[in-house]
Design a protein around this ligand. Structure first.
Ligand SMILES: [Zn+2]
Length: 377
Protein backbone atom coordinates (compact mmCIF):
# COMPACT_ATOMS: atom_id res chain seq x y z
CA UNK A 1 0.00 0.00 0.00
CA UNK A 2 3.02 2.29 -0.05
CA UNK A 3 4.04 4.10 -3.19
CA UNK A 4 7.62 4.49 -4.42
CA UNK A 5 8.40 7.31 -1.99
CA UNK A 6 7.27 5.26 0.98
CA UNK A 7 4.20 7.40 1.47
CA UNK A 8 0.77 6.09 2.21
CA UNK A 9 -1.38 6.44 -0.90
CA UNK A 10 -3.69 9.40 -0.74
CA UNK A 11 -6.72 7.86 -2.34
CA UNK A 12 -7.98 4.31 -2.54
CA UNK A 13 -8.61 4.42 -6.27
CA UNK A 14 -6.40 2.73 -8.81
CA UNK A 15 -3.04 1.04 -8.67
CA UNK A 16 -0.03 3.18 -9.51
CA UNK A 17 1.88 0.19 -10.89
CA UNK A 18 1.86 0.24 -14.67
CA UNK A 19 -0.07 3.48 -14.67
CA UNK A 20 0.16 5.56 -17.85
CA UNK A 21 -0.84 9.24 -17.87
CA UNK A 22 -3.85 9.82 -20.10
CA UNK A 23 -2.88 13.22 -21.36
CA UNK A 24 0.10 15.49 -21.53
CA UNK A 25 -1.84 18.25 -23.22
CA UNK A 26 0.94 19.09 -25.65
CA UNK A 27 2.95 20.65 -22.83
CA UNK A 28 6.67 20.01 -22.80
CA UNK A 29 7.30 18.68 -19.33
CA UNK A 30 10.81 18.87 -17.98
CA UNK A 31 12.19 16.40 -15.48
CA UNK A 32 13.18 19.07 -12.99
CA UNK A 33 11.62 22.18 -11.55
CA UNK A 34 12.43 25.04 -9.24
CA UNK A 35 11.02 24.82 -5.72
CA UNK A 36 11.59 26.12 -2.23
CA UNK A 37 12.31 23.26 0.14
CA UNK A 38 13.39 22.73 3.71
CA UNK A 39 15.97 20.05 4.53
CA UNK A 40 15.64 20.65 8.27
CA UNK A 41 13.25 22.49 10.57
CA UNK A 42 14.27 25.92 11.76
CA UNK A 43 14.35 29.64 11.00
CA UNK A 44 14.02 31.48 7.70
CA UNK A 45 17.52 30.33 6.72
CA UNK A 46 16.34 26.73 6.19
CA UNK A 47 14.29 27.79 3.13
CA UNK A 48 16.23 26.71 0.04
CA UNK A 49 15.40 27.73 -3.52
CA UNK A 50 16.68 24.81 -5.56
CA UNK A 51 16.19 22.44 -8.46
CA UNK A 52 14.22 19.35 -7.58
CA UNK A 53 12.60 16.46 -9.38
CA UNK A 54 9.27 17.37 -10.93
CA UNK A 55 6.27 15.45 -9.56
CA UNK A 56 4.99 12.58 -11.72
CA UNK A 57 1.51 11.16 -11.95
CA UNK A 58 1.26 8.00 -9.85
CA UNK A 59 -2.51 7.66 -9.71
CA UNK A 60 -5.15 7.80 -12.45
CA UNK A 61 -7.12 10.26 -10.33
CA UNK A 62 -4.32 12.81 -9.89
CA UNK A 63 -3.47 15.94 -11.85
CA UNK A 64 -0.25 17.89 -12.29
CA UNK A 65 -0.71 21.65 -12.04
CA UNK A 66 1.87 24.14 -13.29
CA UNK A 67 1.65 26.76 -10.59
CA UNK A 68 1.55 30.46 -11.42
CA UNK A 69 1.25 31.53 -7.81
CA UNK A 70 1.25 30.23 -4.26
CA UNK A 71 0.02 31.94 -1.10
CA UNK A 72 1.46 31.84 2.39
CA UNK A 73 -0.36 30.74 5.52
CA UNK A 74 0.75 30.79 9.13
CA UNK A 75 0.74 27.00 9.09
CA UNK A 76 3.69 27.21 6.64
CA UNK A 77 5.76 28.89 9.34
CA UNK A 78 4.84 26.22 11.88
CA UNK A 79 5.65 23.46 9.40
CA UNK A 80 9.01 25.12 8.69
CA UNK A 81 9.73 25.34 12.40
CA UNK A 82 8.51 21.79 13.05
CA UNK A 83 5.86 22.95 15.52
CA UNK A 84 2.84 21.11 14.14
CA UNK A 85 3.75 17.71 15.58
CA UNK A 86 3.45 16.17 12.11
CA UNK A 87 6.19 13.84 10.98
CA UNK A 88 7.03 15.56 7.70
CA UNK A 89 9.44 13.70 5.42
CA UNK A 90 12.44 15.90 4.60
CA UNK A 91 13.38 17.51 2.27
CA UNK A 92 9.96 19.02 1.94
CA UNK A 93 8.17 21.65 -0.16
CA UNK A 94 5.99 23.96 1.94
CA UNK A 95 2.79 25.72 0.88
CA UNK A 96 -0.92 24.82 1.04
CA UNK A 97 -2.37 27.36 -1.38
CA UNK A 98 -1.73 27.67 -5.08
CA UNK A 99 -3.22 28.41 -8.48
CA UNK A 100 -2.11 27.60 -12.00
CA UNK A 101 -2.75 25.61 -15.16
CA UNK A 102 -3.46 21.89 -15.36
CA UNK A 103 -0.76 20.27 -17.52
CA UNK A 104 -1.32 16.56 -17.03
CA UNK A 105 -4.18 14.38 -15.83
CA UNK A 106 -4.66 10.74 -14.90
CA UNK A 107 -6.81 8.56 -17.14
CA UNK A 108 -9.77 8.58 -14.75
CA UNK A 109 -9.86 12.37 -14.44
CA UNK A 110 -12.89 14.04 -15.98
CA UNK A 111 -13.41 17.25 -14.01
CA UNK A 112 -10.39 19.08 -15.45
CA UNK A 113 -8.20 18.85 -18.56
CA UNK A 114 -4.79 20.20 -19.57
CA UNK A 115 -4.96 23.94 -20.12
CA UNK A 116 -7.61 24.60 -17.46
CA UNK A 117 -6.84 27.43 -15.01
CA UNK A 118 -7.50 26.12 -11.51
CA UNK A 119 -7.33 26.98 -7.84
CA UNK A 120 -6.79 24.27 -5.26
CA UNK A 121 -9.12 22.96 -2.56
CA UNK A 122 -6.51 22.09 0.07
CA UNK A 123 -7.63 19.02 2.09
CA UNK A 124 -7.88 15.43 0.96
CA UNK A 125 -8.36 12.27 2.99
CA UNK A 126 -8.29 8.49 2.84
CA UNK A 127 -11.47 8.34 0.76
CA UNK A 128 -12.89 5.48 2.85
CA UNK A 129 -13.63 6.57 6.41
CA UNK A 130 -16.96 7.84 7.76
CA UNK A 131 -15.79 11.43 7.32
CA UNK A 132 -14.44 11.06 3.77
CA UNK A 133 -17.60 9.26 2.65
CA UNK A 134 -19.75 12.14 3.91
CA UNK A 135 -17.80 15.08 2.37
CA UNK A 136 -15.89 15.79 5.56
CA UNK A 137 -12.38 14.90 4.46
CA UNK A 138 -11.05 17.69 6.64
CA UNK A 139 -11.91 15.46 9.64
CA UNK A 140 -10.15 12.37 8.20
CA UNK A 141 -7.48 10.88 10.45
CA UNK A 142 -5.31 10.66 7.32
CA UNK A 143 -5.97 14.28 6.37
CA UNK A 144 -3.49 15.50 3.81
CA UNK A 145 -2.87 19.10 2.90
CA UNK A 146 -0.21 20.32 0.45
CA UNK A 147 2.84 21.51 2.38
CA UNK A 148 2.17 19.03 5.19
CA UNK A 149 1.72 15.37 4.30
CA UNK A 150 1.79 16.24 0.59
CA UNK A 151 4.54 18.16 -1.19
CA UNK A 152 3.43 21.77 -1.28
CA UNK A 153 2.92 24.68 -3.62
CA UNK A 154 6.19 26.65 -3.27
CA UNK A 155 7.14 25.04 -6.59
CA UNK A 156 6.67 25.22 -10.33
CA UNK A 157 4.55 22.06 -10.32
CA UNK A 158 2.38 20.27 -7.81
CA UNK A 159 0.73 16.85 -7.93
CA UNK A 160 -2.75 16.89 -6.44
CA UNK A 161 -5.92 14.77 -6.53
CA UNK A 162 -7.78 16.13 -9.56
CA UNK A 163 -10.92 16.38 -7.45
CA UNK A 164 -9.15 19.17 -5.53
CA UNK A 165 -8.83 21.29 -8.70
CA UNK A 166 -11.60 23.87 -9.09
CA UNK A 167 -12.12 26.51 -11.79
CA UNK A 168 -10.73 29.92 -10.88
CA UNK A 169 -13.70 32.20 -10.06
CA UNK A 170 -14.33 34.58 -12.96
CA UNK A 171 -12.39 37.82 -12.79
CA UNK A 172 -9.80 36.66 -10.25
CA UNK A 173 -6.10 37.00 -11.04
CA UNK A 174 -3.78 34.08 -10.30
CA UNK A 175 -2.50 36.02 -7.27
CA UNK A 176 -6.06 36.25 -5.94
CA UNK A 177 -6.86 32.66 -6.93
CA UNK A 178 -4.00 31.40 -4.73
CA UNK A 179 -4.77 33.84 -1.92
CA UNK A 180 -8.29 32.80 -0.99
CA UNK A 181 -8.83 28.99 -0.72
CA UNK A 182 -7.50 28.03 2.72
CA UNK A 183 -8.52 31.11 4.70
CA UNK A 184 -11.80 31.84 2.92
CA UNK A 185 -12.85 28.18 3.20
CA UNK A 186 -12.02 28.23 6.92
CA UNK A 187 -13.92 31.48 7.45
CA UNK A 188 -16.88 30.33 5.35
CA UNK A 189 -17.31 27.28 7.56
CA UNK A 190 -16.89 29.37 10.72
CA UNK A 191 -19.29 32.18 9.80
CA UNK A 192 -21.86 30.47 7.57
CA UNK A 193 -21.98 26.82 8.63
CA UNK A 194 -21.10 27.11 12.32
CA UNK A 195 -22.05 30.60 13.50
CA UNK A 196 -24.95 30.89 11.01
CA UNK A 197 -24.29 34.60 10.66
CA UNK A 198 -27.37 36.65 9.74
CA UNK A 199 -27.60 40.02 7.99
CA UNK A 200 -27.63 42.84 10.50
CA UNK A 201 -25.80 40.92 13.22
CA UNK A 202 -22.76 42.32 15.02
CA UNK A 203 -19.42 40.60 14.47
CA UNK A 204 -16.16 41.19 16.34
CA UNK A 205 -12.98 40.11 14.51
CA UNK A 206 -9.75 39.97 16.52
CA UNK A 207 -6.34 40.87 15.11
CA UNK A 208 -7.23 42.37 11.78
CA UNK A 209 -4.46 42.03 9.19
CA UNK A 210 -3.93 38.27 9.01
CA UNK A 211 -5.45 36.12 6.29
CA UNK A 212 -8.28 34.68 8.41
CA UNK A 213 -9.23 38.03 9.94
CA UNK A 214 -9.26 39.91 6.63
CA UNK A 215 -11.26 37.12 4.96
CA UNK A 216 -13.72 37.27 7.88
CA UNK A 217 -14.03 41.05 7.44
CA UNK A 218 -14.74 40.71 3.73
CA UNK A 219 -17.26 37.87 4.03
CA UNK A 220 -19.05 39.30 7.08
CA UNK A 221 -19.48 42.68 5.37
CA UNK A 222 -20.70 40.99 2.20
CA UNK A 223 -23.29 39.13 4.29
CA UNK A 224 -24.60 42.39 5.69
CA UNK A 225 -23.11 42.27 9.17
CA UNK A 226 -21.92 45.18 11.32
CA UNK A 227 -18.20 44.52 11.82
CA UNK A 228 -15.89 45.63 14.63
CA UNK A 229 -12.18 44.80 14.33
CA UNK A 230 -9.25 44.95 16.75
CA UNK A 231 -5.54 45.51 16.19
CA UNK A 232 -2.49 46.94 17.95
CA UNK A 233 -1.87 49.06 14.84
CA UNK A 234 -3.88 52.21 14.08
CA UNK A 235 -2.67 51.92 10.49
CA UNK A 236 -4.24 48.45 10.15
CA UNK A 237 -7.46 49.70 11.75
CA UNK A 238 -7.63 52.47 9.14
CA UNK A 239 -7.01 49.95 6.35
CA UNK A 240 -9.76 47.74 7.77
CA UNK A 241 -12.16 50.69 7.64
CA UNK A 242 -11.23 51.27 4.00
CA UNK A 243 -12.25 47.63 3.43
CA UNK A 244 -15.61 48.15 5.12
CA UNK A 245 -15.04 47.69 8.87
CA UNK A 246 -17.58 49.76 10.81
CA UNK A 247 -15.41 50.30 13.88
CA UNK A 248 -11.80 49.69 14.89
CA UNK A 249 -10.44 49.18 18.43
CA UNK A 250 -6.75 49.48 19.26
CA UNK A 251 -6.52 46.86 22.01
CA UNK A 252 -3.32 48.38 23.36
CA UNK A 253 -5.13 51.64 24.05
CA UNK A 254 -8.47 50.40 25.31
CA UNK A 255 -10.19 47.26 26.61
CA UNK A 256 -11.99 45.84 23.58
CA UNK A 257 -14.68 44.14 25.71
CA UNK A 258 -15.66 47.44 27.32
CA UNK A 259 -15.61 49.24 24.00
CA UNK A 260 -17.75 46.55 22.35
CA UNK A 261 -20.24 46.80 25.23
CA UNK A 262 -20.33 50.58 24.83
CA UNK A 263 -20.82 50.27 21.06
CA UNK A 264 -23.74 47.86 21.44
CA UNK A 265 -25.60 49.53 24.35
CA UNK A 266 -24.15 46.86 26.71
CA UNK A 267 -25.69 44.06 24.63
CA UNK A 268 -22.49 42.57 23.16
CA UNK A 269 -21.87 41.12 19.71
CA UNK A 270 -23.53 38.11 18.13
CA UNK A 271 -20.35 36.52 16.78
CA UNK A 272 -16.66 36.74 17.69
CA UNK A 273 -13.99 35.47 15.27
CA UNK A 274 -11.04 34.65 17.53
CA UNK A 275 -7.97 33.14 15.86
CA UNK A 276 -5.75 34.57 18.60
CA UNK A 277 -6.62 32.84 21.90
CA UNK A 278 -4.42 33.67 24.88
CA UNK A 279 -5.54 36.61 26.98
CA UNK A 280 -8.10 37.57 24.33
CA UNK A 281 -10.13 34.40 24.91
CA UNK A 282 -11.77 35.51 28.15
CA UNK A 283 -12.41 38.97 26.71
CA UNK A 284 -13.94 37.42 23.56
CA UNK A 285 -16.41 35.44 25.66
CA UNK A 286 -17.20 38.57 27.69
CA UNK A 287 -17.86 40.54 24.49
CA UNK A 288 -20.63 38.17 23.35
CA UNK A 289 -24.33 38.92 23.64
CA UNK A 290 -26.57 36.30 25.25
CA UNK A 291 -26.84 33.38 22.84
CA UNK A 292 -23.69 34.61 21.10
CA UNK A 293 -21.32 32.41 19.12
CA UNK A 294 -17.55 32.30 19.30
CA UNK A 295 -15.66 30.72 16.40
CA UNK A 296 -12.01 29.80 16.81
CA UNK A 297 -9.43 28.49 14.38
CA UNK A 298 -6.17 29.51 16.00
CA UNK A 299 -4.33 30.16 19.22
CA UNK A 300 -1.36 32.28 18.18
CA UNK A 301 -1.32 34.11 21.54
CA UNK A 302 -1.72 31.01 23.71
CA UNK A 303 -3.66 27.74 23.82
CA UNK A 304 -4.56 27.47 27.50
CA UNK A 305 -6.41 30.59 28.60
CA UNK A 306 -8.62 30.49 31.72
CA UNK A 307 -12.33 30.15 31.01
CA UNK A 308 -15.20 30.98 33.36
CA UNK A 309 -17.55 28.14 32.47
CA UNK A 310 -20.45 29.88 34.25
CA UNK A 311 -20.38 32.65 31.65
CA UNK A 312 -20.90 30.01 28.93
CA UNK A 313 -24.01 28.40 30.44
CA UNK A 314 -25.51 31.51 31.99
CA UNK A 315 -25.30 33.35 28.69
CA UNK A 316 -26.14 30.36 26.46
CA UNK A 317 -22.94 30.81 24.47
CA UNK A 318 -21.85 28.51 21.67
CA UNK A 319 -18.19 27.82 20.91
CA UNK A 320 -17.22 26.38 17.53
CA UNK A 321 -13.79 25.02 16.69
CA UNK A 322 -13.00 24.93 13.01
CA UNK A 323 -10.30 24.28 10.45
CA UNK A 324 -10.79 24.12 6.68
CA UNK A 325 -14.16 22.91 5.37
CA UNK A 326 -15.89 20.53 2.98
CA UNK A 327 -15.96 20.46 -0.82
CA UNK A 328 -19.62 21.44 -0.60
CA UNK A 329 -18.66 24.49 1.44
CA UNK A 330 -15.87 25.29 -1.02
CA UNK A 331 -18.36 25.18 -3.90
CA UNK A 332 -20.72 27.47 -1.97
CA UNK A 333 -17.84 29.83 -1.32
CA UNK A 334 -16.78 29.91 -5.00
CA UNK A 335 -20.34 30.68 -6.03
CA UNK A 336 -20.70 33.36 -3.34
CA UNK A 337 -17.45 35.03 -4.41
CA UNK A 338 -18.47 34.97 -8.05
CA UNK A 339 -21.99 36.33 -7.47
CA UNK A 340 -20.82 39.05 -5.08
CA UNK A 341 -17.54 39.91 -6.79
CA UNK A 342 -15.48 39.12 -3.67
CA UNK A 343 -11.74 39.34 -4.30
CA UNK A 344 -9.29 38.47 -1.53
CA UNK A 345 -7.01 41.22 -0.23
CA UNK A 346 -3.48 40.65 -1.53
CA UNK A 347 -0.90 42.29 0.72
CA UNK A 348 2.34 41.82 -1.25
CA UNK A 349 3.63 39.59 -4.03
CA UNK A 350 7.18 38.19 -3.82
CA UNK A 351 9.03 36.14 -6.44
CA UNK A 352 9.45 32.46 -5.46
CA UNK A 353 13.19 33.05 -4.96
CA UNK A 354 12.35 35.53 -2.19
CA UNK A 355 10.18 33.16 -0.15
CA UNK A 356 12.24 33.88 2.97
CA UNK A 357 11.42 37.60 2.74
CA UNK A 358 7.76 36.72 2.19
CA UNK A 359 7.67 34.43 5.24
CA UNK A 360 9.52 37.09 7.25
CA UNK A 361 6.72 39.58 6.51
CA UNK A 362 4.18 37.06 7.82
CA UNK A 363 6.31 36.15 10.82
CA UNK A 364 6.60 39.81 11.81
CA UNK A 365 2.85 40.32 11.38
CA UNK A 366 3.30 43.25 9.02
CA UNK A 367 0.82 42.07 6.42
CA UNK A 368 -2.72 43.22 5.72
CA UNK A 369 -4.26 40.43 3.68
CA UNK A 370 -2.43 37.63 1.94
CA UNK A 371 1.25 37.35 1.10
CA UNK A 372 1.62 35.73 -2.33
CA UNK A 373 4.51 34.11 -4.23
CA UNK A 374 4.81 34.68 -7.98
CA UNK A 375 6.11 31.49 -9.58
CA UNK A 376 5.49 32.01 -13.31
CA UNK A 377 4.08 34.81 -15.48
ZN1 LIG B 1 -10.85 9.46 5.52
Amino acid sequence: MFDQRGELPLLPFGNPIGFVPASRGGVDIESFMKAVRIHAHGGLDVLRYEEVERPRLTSPTDAIVQLKTAALNRIDLWNRQGLTGLDIALPHILGADGAGIVVETGEEVHNVKPGDPVCLYPPSGCGRCEFCSTDREFLCINLRVPGERLQGTYAEYVKIPAGNCFPVPAGLSFEEAAAFPLVFLTVWRMLVTNAELKPGEHVLILGIGGGVATAALQLAKQMGAHVVVTSSSDEKLEMAKSWGADHGINYLKSDFTKEVRALTAKRGVDVVVDSVGGESWVKSLAALAKGGRLVTCGATAGANPPTDIRRIFWNHLKIFGSTLGSRGEFRQLLSFMQVNGVRPIVDQVFPLQETAAAQCRLEEGKQFGKVVLQIAD
